[in-house]
Design a protein around this ligand. Structure first.
Ligand code: AMP
Ligand code: MG
Length: 314
C-alpha cells in the first residue's frame, strides 16, 4: 500500500515498525526498506523480503548525531567533524559498535550509521524513536528504487510505502570507514571525494579497481548489483559501436546529444540523480541490451562508474 506521508501515513508507519515489521520510506539517496535495526525479527524481515544474503550488513538511520553516538563504542573526533559538516546527508560512517548492541550481518564489531536529509525520513525516525536499518527497497541485485512506484514493483509484499516523490540524489550514500588510522572509502556514492577530503583530509581509496572495474572492500559490495533485467554493455563510443554481438532491441543511454533512447546530463550529480530511473524505463520498454556510453575516468564520476560497472557485471 502506498500512502502519503501525512500525519496519518506516519502514524500507520510507526505502528508497523513498532510491531517489528517493515516500511519503505523515501530518503534523499534512494527509497529505503526500514525496520527496527536492533530487533532480530524486524531485521530478518528485511533480509527475507529483499532476498539479501545474511552476511551483507545494513546501514542504520538515526535522527541526529546524538542518536548516532549512542550506537558507537567510540565516536572519533573525525566523526564529529564529518557529521557537523555533512549530516543530515548522504554520508554513511562506519564506527566501532557499542558492546550492548547486536551485530547486523557480517559487521562483527562495527556499525554503519547516517542521518538522512529527507523530511519524511526524519519525521519517521523521530515519531518512531527507533534506529532504522534501511537498505535500498528493492530485491537484491536489482536496480535501486528512486520512486514509490519502483518500490512496489520490486517488492509487492511490502506492507507500506510512504510516497515522498522522486529522490533528489538518486544514488546511494558514500560509505566511509572511520575505524582505522586513516578514513577509508568503502563505497563511492552521492557525496563526492573532494568535499570529503576538505573535512577528513587524506582518504584511503578501495584497492586499485579489480579487472571488472569494481571495488570489493565493503562486505556488501558484490560484483553484480544494481542490475536491470536487460544486459548492460559499456562502450566509449555508442554512436559507432559495433552492435553485431548485442541482442536486439537495444536501448542506448548516453550523456551526449544524439539519436539515443535516454540522454542523461554531462554533470555527474545530475546524471546520478536520473540513472536508476532511466534504467527502470529502459527495462520497462523491454530492451534486451542497454548500451551505455562510458563516463569519463575522473574522480567525480567514481560513484556513477561504480554502479554502471556493477550493473554490467555478468
Ligand atoms: P545498501 O544498504 O544496500 O545500500 O548497502 C549498504 C552498504 O553499507 C553495503 O555496501 C554494506 O556492505 C555497507 N555496510 C553496512 N554496514 C557496514 C559495516 N558495519 N561495515 C562496513 N560496511 C558496511
Ligand atoms: Mg542496495
Amino acid at each position: 500500500m502506498i500512502l502519503s506521508p501525512d500525519a496519518e501515513g506516519i502514524r500507520r508507519a510507526v505502528e508497523i515498525l513498532a510491531a517489528d515489521s517493515v516500511v519503505a520510506f523515501p530518503t534523499e539517496t534512494v527509497y529505503g526498506l526500514g525496520a527496527h535495526a536492533f530487533s532480530e525479527k524486524a531485521v530478518a524481515e528485511i533480509y527475507r523480503l529483499k532476498n539479501r544474503p545474511g552476511w551483507n550488513p545494513l546501514i542504520v538511520h538515526v535522527a541526529n548525531v546524538a542518536a548516532a553516538r549512542d550506537l558507537a563504542e567510540t565516536w572519533p573526533e573525525q566523526a564529529d567533524e564529518l557529521a557537523a559538516r555533512f549530516w543530515p546527508g548522504p554520508l554513511t560512517l562506519v564506527v566501532r559498535r557499542a558492546r550492548h548492541l547486536p551485530g547486523i550481518g557480517a559487521a562483527n564489531d562495527t556499525v554503519a550509521v547516517r542521518v538522512p536529509a529527507h523530511d519524511v525520513a526524519l519525521r519517521l525516525l523521530e515519531a518512531s524513536g527507533l534506529p532504522l536499518a534501511a537498505p535500498s527497497a528493492n530485491r537484491t541485485e536489482s536496480i535501486s528504487p528512486t520512486t514509490a512506484e519502483h518500490v512496489v514493483r520490486s517488492l509487492p509484499d511490502v506492507p507500506l510505502v510512504l510516497d515522498g516523490g522522486a529522490c533528489s540524489w538518486g544514488i546511494e550514500s558514500t560509505v566511509l570507514d572511520l575505524t582505522g588510522a586513516v578514513p577509508r572509502l568503502l563505497r563511492p556514492g552521492a557525496l563526492g571525494l573532494r568535499e570529503l577530503r576538505d573535512v577528513a583530509g587524506a582518504i584511503t581509496l578501495p584497492d586499485a579497481e579489480t579487472e571488472d572495474g569494481t571495488a570489493r572492500n565493503s562486505p556488501g559490495m558484490s560484483r553484480r548489483h544494481y542490475a536491470p533485467r536487460a544486459r548492460v554493455v559499456l562502450r566509449k563510443d555508442v554512436q559507432d559501436a559495433d552492435r553485431s554481438d548485442l541482442a536486439e532491441p537495444i536501448g542506448v543511454l548516453a550523456f551526449e546529444e544524439g539519436p539515443f533512447a535516454e540522454i542523461l546530463s554531462a554533470d555527474p550529480a545530475e546524471y546520478a540523480a536520473d540513472l536508476y530511473a532511466a534504467l527502470h524505463r529502459l527495462d520497462d520498454a523491454g530492451v534486451a541490451t542497454i548500451l551505455v556510453q562510458e563516463p569519463p575516468q575522473t574522480e567525480e564520476w567514481l560513484a556513477v562508474r561504480d554502479r554502471l560497472s556493477r550493473a554490467a557485471a555478468q
